[in-house]
Design a protein around this ligand. Structure first.
Ligand code: SAH
Ligand code: SF4
Ligand code: F3S
Length: 466
């Protein structure tokens, strides 16, 4: 693949977008309320926060639900077939809502739209969509909306550029915890994965920009930051000087934000330096999301993951030695083309051996344009379904066992909300990333509370305050 340079959006380009915002404010037909529907990963969730930030700056208010909004944006995902189908199903349903509100504007953006030829295909099939734009055009929302409002035809903009835009408005979902994107795109080309095609080449934000954003969040009272990237461990590649993820973490740790988390990590790029920084840090939480995908070397090779089972297990051992009791989570795919029962058993035995706190398990879904989609020996659905069920059952067992280590332990919970089961209890995540329920009230939301874990009930850790 030819080398591509990131396109840095200039302050002048951002000023141009602010002028479009002003222009929209003068249009009588402008929408007054919005709703953003988000699918997919945390990257998309954060992109939606930026969309909402721009809409807020255009004087629109968030509608209580999508049926009451004048402007609905679907921020889509295409990592698996079901993610795509779900998004399209909901877009179609909104067509009915338009009969009641003829001024309703419907936009579709995100990864699904960024696929080659997809925007045109979707617009042909779904003629009621007013606007479609790709992942690299997010910052242009004011301009695109302005064009949509002044046109009878659908506006479509999908550019194949690897953009980095700083200082965009953002309306955050939470006041106590915040996302910070540190790198965009992915260069790994795992053979099953569409992300590199829809998110572009890997590119990192300048460290100063990240540190400034973190400082601002700290000053506003944020207690937890989550650093985002498809492969945060290779952060810094392409930047001037020797900039590494470990170095970024070291600097952030000194800043004094109580809790720092990150995702996702690729095992092949998980350095000893990073593990050492985690071991010595005060604020980097003792948790790690380390997708393994499969436990068999031949399947890992076919997936183009560039590590072996043994190398993966070595990373796990090193992490556990440096950060005792660390919370470990993973992603696993079953039914990759050609996967035999024996090879699947290697995934099962790895899950047993590691003992994850939780695992996201997926049935392999062929994605157009990826290498694996063209492989022979695609696995029949019933075989894959049977495998994922056995894997989930095993993981449930392992999870119960893994959670046992917390009973009797002291933890700190960042309270997220009232418990679903009781209104005299609240829940949130402990430092290890596991959900914990404790006695409390609405006043605790957004606070860090010290607790002692007392028991496991219905697969949840229960705790008392100390
Ligand atoms: N960059 C991250 C994950 C991105 S996608 C990483 O490398 O870990 C999140 C998860 O979706 C992946 O870890 C993988 O388990 C799963 N996934 C990606 N493509 C898939 C496909 N075609 N079929 C099924 N699962 C897939
Ligand atoms: Fe996809 Fe692999 Fe990149 Fe993750 S590292 S986004 S699985 S190509
Ligand atoms: Fe989906 Fe795009 Fe994330 S494809 S998983 S929303 S990067």
């Amino acid at each position: 693949m030819a080398e591509r340079k990131p396109v840095i959006i200039t302050p002048e380009q951002l000023e141009e977008q602010r002028q479009y915002m002003q222009e929209i404010l003068c249009l009588p037909q402008r929408p007054k309320s919005y709703f953003v529907v988000t699918y997919g990963c945390q990257m998309n969730a954060h992109d939606s926060e930026i969309l909402a930030g721009m809409l807020r700056d255009m004087d629109m208010t968030e509608a209580p639900d999508r049926e009451q909004a004048d402007f609905v944006i679907f921020n889509t995902c295409c990592v698996r077939d079901n993610a795509e189908r779900r998004a399209l199903g909901n877009v179609t349903w909104l067509k009915e809502v338009r009969k009641r509100n003829p001024n309703l504007i419907i936009a579709v953006c995100g990864c699904m739209i960024q696929q080659p030829g997809m925007a045109e295909k979707i617009l042909k099939q779904y003629r009621f969509i007013d606007l479609a734009f790709g992942t690299s055009n997010l910052y242009k929302l004011p301009e695109l909306l302005c064009r949509t409002l002044n046109s009878d035809r659908a506006v479509v903009v999908v550019e194949d550029e690897d953009t980095i835009a700083e200082d965009l408005p953002v309306k955050r979902l939470r006041n106590d915890a915040a996302y910070i994107t540190i790198m965009y795109g992915c260069d790994n080309f795992c053979s099953y994965c569409i992300v590199p095609y829809v998110r572009g080449r890997e590119r990192s934000r300048e460290m100063e920009a990240i540190l400034a954003e973190a400082q601002q969040l700290k000053d506003s009272g944020v207690k937890e930051i989550m650093l985002l990237g498809q492969n945060v461990n290779s952060y810094g590649k392409g930047l001037e000087g020797h900039v590494t993820f470990a170095e970024l973490l070291r600097k952030l740790d000194k800043m004094g934000i109580p809790r720092i988390r990150f995702m996702t990590s690729h095992p092949k790029d998980l350095s000893d330096e990073l593990i050492e920084v985690m071991g010595k840090s005060k604020h980097i939480l003792p948790q790690f999301h380390l997708p393994v995908q499969a436990g068999n070397d031949e399947i890992l090779r076919q997936m183009n993951r560039r590590y072996t089972r043994e190398q993966y297990l070595n990373r796990v051992r090193t992490l556990r030695a440096a950060v005792p009791g660390i919370g470990l989570t993973t992603d696993i795919i079953v039914g990759f083309p050609g996967e035999t029962e024996e090879q699947f058993q290697d995934t099962m035995s790895l899950v047993k051996e590691v003992g994850y706190d939780s695992a996201f398990t997926f049935i392999y879904s062929p994605r157009t344009g990826t290498k694996a989609a063209a492989m022979e020996n695609q696995i029949p659905e019933d075989v894959a379904t049977d495998r994922i069920q056995r894997l989930i059952a095993l993981q449930d067992e392992c999870q119960k066992q893994a959670m046992g280590r917390f009973v009797g332990m002291e933890e700190e919970v960042l309270v997220e909300g009232l418990s679903r089961r009781s209104n005299t209890a609240v829940s949130g995540k402990g430092r290890h990333g596991v959900s914990i329920t404790l006695p409390g009230s609405e006043a605790d939301i957004g606070q860090i509370v010290r607790v002692r874990v007392t028991e496991i009930k219905n697969n949840t850790l229960m705790a008392e305050r100390i």
